[in-house]
Structures are given as C-alpha cells and as structure tokens.
Design a protein around this ligand. Structure first.
Ligand code: URA
Ligand code: SF4
Length: 226
C-alpha cells in the first residue's frame, strides 16, 4: 500500500466491501487469476461492469504496463487495452522499438467504472478507496509476471503505486525507484508517462503522442542496459 493511503483503504461500507484480498487465489497462475477476478466483490465496481478484466501478456515478461481500468471495449472483451487507447498504445510501443506482444499489460482497477448517459457508458475514474481495494490483484500480477521495468500510464496508476501526491507531469520520462517497502520487491525501475486515453482526448494530440513515445523509449533503453 503506497504511503498516504492509510485512511483510504476502508470503503464507506467496509463490511460489505472488504477489498480484493479474500478473493485472490493462492499460488496464482494467470488463468486462475482471470477466473477469480470475475467473482471479486472487494468493492462496489463489479455491480455495473460486465466482467472483471485481468492483465494479459506473457508470463514472465520483462516489461509491464499499468493503466487505470478497463474501458468500454475492454469490459465487453474481458481483455485489457483492446479499444482505441490500446491501439494508440500499441502503435506508440512499436514506434519506440518495443514489441507490444512481449509486454504484459494491466490496470490498477479490474472493473469498468462508468455512468450511463443517453444510452452510452461514460468512463469515470475510480476513486481512491476503489483503487486501494483492488490493489491485491495488481500485487499478485507483479509477483507472477516479475517485470524488470514497469511503465506507469497516467496518474491513477501512478497514485496506486506511489501514493496520492503522484503527478505525471513531475515524474515522467525518467527512471523512478520502485517503492518496494510499500509495493513489495519488484522491478528495478518504473517509468511514468501519460495515459494513452489522455493523448486521444488531447487537443495537441501529435505533440502528446510524441511525448508518450519518448517516454517509452526511456523504458526501452533502461531495459537494454540491464
Ligand atoms: N484504458 C486503460 O487504462 N486500460 C485499458 O485497459 C483500456 C483503456
Ligand atoms: Fe474487486 Fe477490483 Fe472489481 Fe472492486 S474493482 S470488485 S476490488 S476486482
């Protein structure tokens, strides 16, 4: 649990929503995690979502990317980063010299938080206690995948790892120390960058896309030096 989250781990109705821990299987394999996440009742987000979405990719993998939560398409497909943000991410990875198929991608929250407006499902970022409730799944994935470098996509993922004061703007594009005391032994470094969804929404899309690619290059270079 990152520092600064201590008072956020209990949801408003903590007896009803105990966090993910009791639902995470021991001796996890990716198929077991995938089977179990759908039955998680650790917070309220399972109620409106189609299914829980576990990370996907090779196990182990040298590079792990951590996003926010599944989007509309991911919720329906049961796989992370299969929608527009995922396509942008794939292209950015290729441009940075990273094979997308060699990476493990996941999210800090495994169910899609949204509101329905005019028949459409509109993304809502998860709130802190929901992120904290979901963290045991991410820890299980980290243990399984054992990445050498983690790429943090956006501020929700950054705050899940580094705590609520984390800002992408202040940290992006350089090697960050992994907070092993809070998150457990892990990668040798993390690199933060913007979330691909924010690039999609940006009015300076080309500039922001180039900045995303540049940050991914930093991660590739860190890997190459190991
Ligand atoms: N955005 C995310 O953060 N994760 C996904 O899986 C898709 C979109
Ligand atoms: Fe469990 Fe996470 Fe889904 Fe909440 S969002 S129900 S903690 S898997």
């Amino acid at each position: 649990m990152p520092l600064g989250w201590e008072n956020w781990t209990l949801p408003p109705t903590s007896a009803e929503y105990p966090g993910a821990e009791p639902f995470v299987p021991e001796r996890a394999t990716l198929p077991r995690l995938r089977g179990a996440v759908d039955d998680c009742r650790g917070c309220d987000l399972f109620r409106d979502a189609t299914q829980g979405v576990m990370g996907d990719g090779p196990v182990p993998a040298r590079l792990m990317l951590i996003g926010e939560q599944p989007g509309d398409k991911e919720d329906l497909a049961g796989l992370p980063f299969v929608g527009p943000a995922g396509r942008l991410l794939d292209r950015a990875l290729v441009e940075a010299g990273i094979d997308p198929a060699g990476t493990f991608r996941t999210n800090v929250v495994k169910h899609f938080r949204h509101v329905v407006k005019g028949g459409k499902r509109i993304h809502r970022s998860p709130v802190r206690w929901q992120v904290a409730a979901c963290e045991p799944w991410l820890l299980a994935e980290l243990e399984l995948v054992r990445p050498e470098i983690v790429i943090i996509l956006g501020s929700t993922a950054g705050q899940a790892v580094y705590g609520p004061t984390f800002r992408v703007g202040a940290t992006r594009g350089r090697a960050l120390e992994w907070p092993a005391e809070q998150m457990g032994a892990g990668p040798s470094a993390a690199v933060a960058t913007a979330h691909p969804s924010s690039v999609l929404r940006s009015r300076e899309r080309e500039k922001d896309r180039a900045a995303l690619v540049a940050d991914l290059v930093v991660a590739r270079e860190l890997l190459a030096r190991r």
